[in-house]
Design a protein around this ligand. Structure first.
Ligand SMILES: *Cc1c(COP(=O)(O)O)cnc(C)c1O
Length: 371
């Protein structure tokens, strides 16, 4: 018996622990994050008509429209909330994370909102525009020559007392996969009145794996037939490991596309919820990123180009089968971040990329319905 005679008021009064003054900080910080979310609008779902693909609707969610310019705005908000609600983040702590840039920019923005010091551990080869953005938001960049060392360096900062936001370790957990306006719920709500409201495919790349995990889980939870296609640079660890569920897979090439194409399988990769993987050579992703400017009037980054190519390949297969339906993908970040890299013809030539040839091929794919 739980509440039998053995359960009595103890003779000694319980000595209460001292009031945790930091709870006031946590309360206020969560209030700030909630108010930021309430002031935010949803990102646009842009529709694209491509006459060569009749009966197929293309939709692109404009994640560049977040205040910090990428889909990492969602992740950074979730990581701060997760750290605070887990009691891992106190008022006197700095926060640290390893990032190829986009996450660092969003985390710096939220750290400033909460009045916390932020350290971004980045590979030294990160696009200069991203480093500038982090610094402009008051963040400190700790640049590491060997990209493989960023995690160890972030762990070192955590040993010195910083709170490790740990995007690669926590991305799939920090996001509420059953809803709470996560990216999948938002997409499906925005599709509700479209001709094909349940997409045939949703297409995204894999960096942390958080976005693909959230979308894949949500599609099952909502009992939808939509399939999830991962668009990755050719030879990435995700592409190598997916078919055999091999968590020891490593990339067999280094990609120029930032944000996706990880060199190894990260803890948040969920191979099981992915229905197809399309591998895209960097030159095609970059040409497609240039083409996005023609299609939408704005520049987007390389991983958005990777997504466009994968959408065209899926649409080509659907068209060949005489199938119609909708394909939804993401515009992951703003192109301005890559002015000195992907959008600099001299830089491209230096990396052996024949931009004009690749752009012609993409235009042909868009114009003829065959990619
Ligand atoms: C992080 C990132 C991705 C991939 O998203 P994940 O949710 O981390 O898998 C794609 N594109 C860009 C530009 C990114 O920064």
């Amino acid at each position: 018996m739980l509440f039998g005679p053995a359960w009595r008021m103890p003779d000694m009064p319980l000595s209460l622990p001292p009031l945790d003054l930091d709870r006031a900080f946590v309360r206020e910080a969560i209030g700030k994050l909630k108010r930021e979310a309430a002031r935010s609008a949803d990102t646009h779902l842009l529709r694209l008509e491509l006459p060569a693909y009749p009966g197929i609707g293309f939709y692109f969610k404009d994640e560049a429209a977040h205040p910090t310019g990428s889909l990492k705005h969602r992740l950074a908000r979730s990581l701060f909330l997760y750290a605070l609600c887990n009691g891992r983040l106190r008022s006197d702590q700095a926060v640290v994370d390893a990032s190829s840039g986009s996450t660092a920019i969003s985390e710096a923005w939220f750290a400033r909102l909460l009045g916390l010091e932020f350290i971004a551990v980045m590979p030294a080869c990160t696009a200069p525009g991203k480093i500038r953005d982090v610094q402009a938001l008051g963040g400190r960049c700790d640049l590491v020559d060997d990209p493989a060392q960023v995690h160890a360096r972030a762990a070192w900062h955590a040993e010195q007392g910083a709170c490790h936001l740990d995007q690669f370790g926590l991305a799939e957990r920090a996001t509420d996969w059953r809803g709470n306006n996560n990216i999948a719920e938002s997409i499906l709500a925005q599709m509700a009145d479209e001709p094909d409201p349940v997409p045939a495919w949703i297409v995204c790349g894999v960096g942390t794996g958080g976005t693909s995990a959230t979308i894949g889980r949500y599609l099952r939870y909502r009992q939808l037939s939509t399939q999830l296609c991962v668009a990755e640079p050719t030879g990435s660890a995700f592409a190598r490991g997916w078919a055999g569920r091999d968590t020891t897979a490593v990339a067999d090439a280094v990609t120029l596309i930032e944000g996706i194409g990880r060199p190894k399988v990260e803890p948040c990769f969920l191979f099981e919820v992915v229905d197809a993987v399309v591998e895209v050579p960097d030159a095609q992703s970059i040409a497609a990123a240039w083409e996005l400017e023609t299609l939408f009037g704005h520049r987007y980054g390389g991983s958005s180009g990777t997504n466009l190519v994968a959408c065209l390949r899926l649409a080509t297969a659907m068209r060949a089968r005489g199938a119609g339906g909708s394909i939804v993908s993401l515009l992951c970040d703003r192109g301005a971040r890559y002015d000195q890299t992907l959008f600099d013809p001299a830089w491209l030539a230096g990396h052996g990329i024949d931009l004009e040839k690749e752009r012609l091929a993409i235009r042909r794919a868009i114009g003829t319905g065959a990619c």
